[in-house]
Design a protein around this ligand. Structure first.
Ligand code: HEM
Length: 228
């Protein structure tokens, strides 16, 4: 059995819950949207929950735990290429949180899903007996048509991005022998994956649960006031 004392806490509970609840909600949104009819009610609620989660995660990215912060994992192209070279040269890398390329992908995923959810608020589907997003009546019809087309098309982009993201996690498992997926469940990574031999675990701070719950409630309130 792996020595638990040599596993370092990397991901806080809010990040892990955010991730897996987002996955469940995206699957729910996809299938309820495809089913249409009475399922659209579920589609709307699942969309509001996704918006709430995303607003929460963006706020947590500024005031949350070290590894959740955008400032910790958003890096420039120099860092991406230096990192990608490690796959070719076999150089060992130590990723305390997201690696530079993974960090960029996280931002792309968050904003791609945000764009999809916001477009949904303004979409309308007259074929299904006028299923209107809650804000569809607040903009001109021309824009409703454009945003509806975008909402229908963009889901395919999200599927491609998610597939790429999952492939990257699997590549890590096969090529670097690192189980990032397990770490997204347990929050912990083996010490040898985050620090060189003989070096101590990096100092990390973790945001408080009370702050996380307050931000989640504030995010839900913002969504509620936008869609009511
Ligand atoms: C629609 C599907 C998915 C979306 C939109 C998504 C999105 C995300 C986001 C936004 C993060 C960053 C978490 C954060 O910092 O808050 C993340 C991380 C991660 N996701 Fe997903 N995810 C999806 C599915 C999956 C699946 C199915 C797996 C596993 C097979 C997975 C494995 C991971 C792992 C391992 C990380 C951490 C990567 C690292 O260590 O840097 N994701 N994902």
């Amino acid at each position: 059995m792996a020595d638990v004392s040599k596993r370092v806490r990397i991901w806080d509970l809010p990040v892990r819950l955010f991730h897996w609840v987002l996955v469940i909600l995206l699957v729910t949104s996809y299938f309820s949207g495809r089913a249409g009819g009475d399922w659209m009610k579920l589609h709307f609620w699942s969309g509001y929950a996704i918006l709430t989660l995303l607003l929460f995660r963006i706020a947590w990215g500024f005031v949350g735990s070290t590894t959740a912060r955008f400032s910790h994992f958003v890096k420039g192209p120099g860092a991406w290429f230096y990192y990608l070279k490690s796959f070719i040269t076999g150089r060992k890398t130590y990723d305390v949180g997201h690696n530079p390329v993974g960090g960029m992908m996280v931002v792309v995923l968050i904003f791609a899903v945000l764009a999809q959810a916001v477009a949904g608020l303004f979409s309308a589907d007259t074929d299904m007996g006028t299923v209107n997003g809650p804000l569809a009546n607040s903009i001109p019809d021309k824009w409703v048509d454009r945003l509806t087309s975008f909402h229908e098309f963009w889901v395919n982009v999200i599927i491609c991005l998610a597939a790429l993201h999952i492939l990257a996690a699997l590549a890590y498992l096969v090529l670097k022998r690192q189980n990032l997926i397990g770490a997204m469940f347990t929050g912990r990574k083996p010490l040898e994956h985050v620090a060189e031999a003989g070096q101590p675990a990096p100092p990390l701070s973790f945001g408080s649960g009370r702050l996380a719950i307050s931000l989640l409630i504030a995010s839900a309130a913002i969504v509620y006031f936008c869609v009511r």
